[in-house]
Design a protein around this ligand. Structure first.
Ligand code: WT7
Length: 656
């Protein structure tokens, strides 16, 4: 959480940016949306679901909240998500519109129209059906950012099965835990993908994850992308291309219960094991399509949209796959990193494809600020008309840079607050309506009701801070945690009864605008990715050298927060290697256990951890040390005596 001085200066933000007359004249979202939603919230959502989606059987029931917090939306209708993202565009004459403009990291290109994408998904659905996938089965997808990842997701959805996409940066261990928890019977992967100029292999992690035969996985489907060698298990592994080549491109989408889970996506919580967030079909798609259209001012006939998120995260699910495709958008997808092979790669892509709507994370923006404005300024970015940001609070300085250097002072910026659990954007400016304010996510979308409450559940009022809650159910809300209904109730609904507790601190300013202040639990936000302090601590403690470990998220100029660990080595290992060597060993261990995103930026080897009298680790103190606040002298950071001194002082002091 930002400290009080930062909050004060943020909240005195005087700058406002109204949309241009030109933008207003052609805006998609109009102020009436707010009025309609306020007058009849459920009627409003029913209207969105009906106008944005095709229902095989129309619903008559909007919301059943009688079994709260387990919601049913549009429960007596029937829908097929894949049909909504594909077939209906073709049947309604949009088959020749480009759906995907793919750019591989090595520079290869591929474009797929809606007709072509539909045919590919039908073939893939036939392949999966041949492999025995049916309604309700779980399929894990572990892939690079290539069209087949999207095709795989839509093929699984088409069969009424449930996908669980695991980000390609996660380790074999993390993959195994997710395969196990979801009891998946099939894994779709690739030989490898391109990243930073090299092929990174994916199949070895799958092989390792299921090697012992202890999972429910029957088959592994492998897409050829990296061209790297793979080991092969006959009878279990099949090449995607070989199977697809024999499949028909005819496949009739069956209609399913809109409450059927569409996917499970694992995310970090406060305790060690990640939770499998369950999303529905009909309600989720309504939320994704509605927000994508209105927040991004989408004109599908003319816009070229680009969201830089990987499909392994919720942003990729809602704003690369389901929202844009349900709305018939044309979008860019890019496989690689922003700086490969040179730091202007993203701006080259915007220029090359004429991107009009661009959605990315504050971390990326801060990284580009560091690299210098000459790089984007050497490209023609005049096609851009709208910019979005997501994943973590954006500091006003980065917001202003984004507006000026990338948006040429003409593009509205939407700072979108939401979570894996909310499925879709909840708090954001609407680009042709809201007068934007640097650093604030601003207002709940029409149909969404939020509040900021004190610990004891009282509305905090203007110019005060508290906890962000959602006060009314919404269509794309999570439906539960896979296999753990109690944890679902406990985590999100126990604190404030029938209100959804988001886990974020928030402040309402004098205008009633919302400022997000970061997580209030043991969840870190590193480069817009969620990590659990406990999960990393567990990984560290699982190493034979480690006696005890404490992990905190420390402020970082580029990544927002960074993982910093304090580790006590077991006495018998203290002489084995230098502190630097031990730290290096543990950093790569965490990377192997969880994935490179969790690798600590710093590991301090210490003799003791500061604890309260009741034995609780004083994380706030560790954060002060890691951020260089405590004791005034950062050069003593790695001096283990500092920790000793702190802990001694605390033993005689009060609680955390
Ligand atoms: C957490 C959710 C939702 C997509 C990506 C992250 C933080 C997200 C913002 C924003 C301030 C934000 C919150 C939230 N967050 N967007 N615009 N301003 N904070 O999804 O991994 O589920 O993480 O990201 O702390 O709780 P996620």
């Amino acid at each position: 959480m930002a400290d009080n001085t930062t909050i004060d200066s943020l909240l005195h933000e005087e700058r406002r940016f109204p949309p241009s007359d030109e933008f207003v004249a052609h805006r998609v979202a109009t102020p009436e949306l707010y009025e309609q939603a306020r007058a009849d919230r459920l009627g409003f959502w029913a209207e969105q679901a009906k106008t944005l989606l095709h229902w095989h059987t129309p619903f008559t029931e909007v919301l059943d909240w009688s079994n709260a917090p387990f919601a049913r939306w549009f429960g007596d209708g029937r829908i097929n998500v894949s049909y909504n993202c594909l077939d209906r565009h073709v049947l309604e004459g949009r088959g020749d519109r480009v759906a995907l403009l793919f750019e591989g990291e090595p520079g290869d290109e591929r474009s797929l129209t809606y007709a072509e994408l539909t045919a590919e998904v039908k073939k893939a659905a036939n392949m999966l059906a041949t492999l025995g996938v049916t309604e309700g089965d779980r399929v894990v997808i572990y892939m690079p950012q290539i069209p087949e990842a999207i095709i795989a997701m839509l093929a699984v959805a088409r069969l009424g099965a449930i996908h669980s996409v695991v980000f390609g940066g996660f380790s074999a261990e993390s993959l195994r835990a997710r395969i196990d928890d979801a009891d998946a019977k099939l894994v779709i992967t690739a030989d490898g993908g391109y990243r930073k100029g090299k092929v990174f292999p994916l199949k070895p992690a799958v092989d390792e994850a299921i090697a012992d035969g202890g999972t429910a996985v029957k088959n592994v489907v492998v897409v050829k992308r990296g061209g790297n060698d793979v080991t092969w298990v006959d009878g279990r592994d099949v090449w995607w291309e070989e199977e697809i080549a024999t499949m028909s491109d005819e496949h009739t989408a069956e209609a399913f219960d809109p409450e059927n889970p569409l996917f499970i996506l694992y995310t970090s919580g406060t305790t060690g094991n990640p939770k499998g967030i369950i999303h529905s079909s009909g309600g989720y798609l309504t939320g994704a399509a509605y927000t994508h259209k209105n927040v991004f001012d989408l004109k599908p006939e003319t816009d070229v949209y680009w969201c830089t998120a990987d499909v392994g995260w919720i942003t990729g699910h809602s704003y690369v796959v389901y929202g844009p495709l349900a709305n018939g958008a044309t979008q860019v997808i890019y496989e690689g990193t922003p700086d490969a092979p040179q730091p202007g790669r993203w701006w080259d892509i915007i220029e090359k494809y004429g991107v009009t709507i661009f959605y990315t994370a504050p971390t990326a923006i801060r990284g580009f600020m560091k690299a210098g404005r000459e790089i984007p300024q050497a490209r023609d970015l005049s096609s851009l008309r709208l910019l979005g940001t997501v994943g973590e609070p954006i500091n006003p300085e980065a917001w202003m840079w984004y507006r000026e250097v990338i948006g040429g002072n003409r593009c509205p910026i939407v700072d979108t607050w939401w979570q894996t659990e909310t499925g879709a954007i909840m708090v954001s400016a609407l680009p042709g309506i809201t007068h934007t304010k640097p650093g604030s996510a601003q207002v709940p979308l029409p149909g969404i009701s939020i509040d900021v409450l004190s610990e004891d559940g009282v509305h905090v009022g203007a110019e005060a801070g508290g906890l962000l809650v959602v006060t009314e159910p919404w269509p794309s809300m999570l439906r539960g945690i896979w296999g753990d209904p109690d944890r679902f109730v406990e985590t999100y609904w126990a604190k404030f009864g029938d209100k959804y507790f988001a886990g974020d601190g928030a402040h309402l300013d004098a205008d009633g605008d919302v400022w997000l202040l970061g997580r209030v639990d043991d969840v870190m936000n590193v480069s817009g990715h969620r990590l659990s302090t406990m999960e990393i601590e567990s990984a560290l403690v699982a190493h034979e050298m480690t006696a005890e470990a404490a992990v905190i998220g420390a402020d970082d100029d580029t990544t927002g927060q960074a993982v910093v660990a304090f580790v006590i080595l077991k006495a018998r290992h203290q002489k084995d290697m230098s502190e630097e060597e031990a730290a290096a060993e543990l950093r790569s261990w965490v990377s192997k256990q969880i994935g490179a995103i969790a690798r600590p930026r710093d590991i301090h080897i210490v003799n003791e951890l500061p604890k309260t009298r009741s034995g609780k680790i004083m994380r706030r103190l560790l954060r002060d040390i890691a951020e260089g606040r405590a004791l005034g002298d950062t050069t003593t950071l790695t001096d283990t005596n500092v920790i000793d001194v702190i802990s001694q002082a605390m033993l005689s002091g009060g609680d955390d």
